[in-house]
Design a protein around this ligand. Structure first.
Ligand code: FES
Length: 104
């Protein structure tokens, strides 16, 4: 499985994805610039990503706590998600996301 990630500078990466890992963890493991301060607890919004439009509807719905946390994220867009709330499985093979700016 793979995911495709564009960083804040527009550089593209193809990452090997592991089933059961959070998308945030995969991105962090590769050393790409993602803060993910709370370590995946849905309490910081610094794992904010923009989901490729072709993928938005294929993702599991947001839980309420993700929605609430995203409300506090910097530069919120319609395709914003918290990457720690996306758990890798086959249905996400090929997922494309862009890392959001940190905002600080
Ligand atoms: S890592 Fe903190 S909300 Fe995702």
């Amino acid at each position: 499985m793979k995911i495709f990630v564009t960083d804040q500078e527009g550089k593209d990466y193809e990452l090997e994805a592991v089933e059961g890992w959070r998308v945030m963890e995969i991105i962090r493991e590769y050393g790409l610039p993602i803060k993910a301060e709370c370590g995946g607890a849905c309490a910081c919004a610094t794992c904010h990503v923009y989901v490729d439009p072709a993928w938005v509807d294929k993702l599991p719905d947001m839980r309420e706590d993700e929605e609430e946390m995203l409300d506090e994220a910097f530069n919120l867009k319609e395709n914003s998600r918290l990457s720690c709330q996306l758990i890798m499985d086959e249905s996400l093979d090929g997922l494309k996301v862009t890392l959001a700016e940190y905002g600080d």
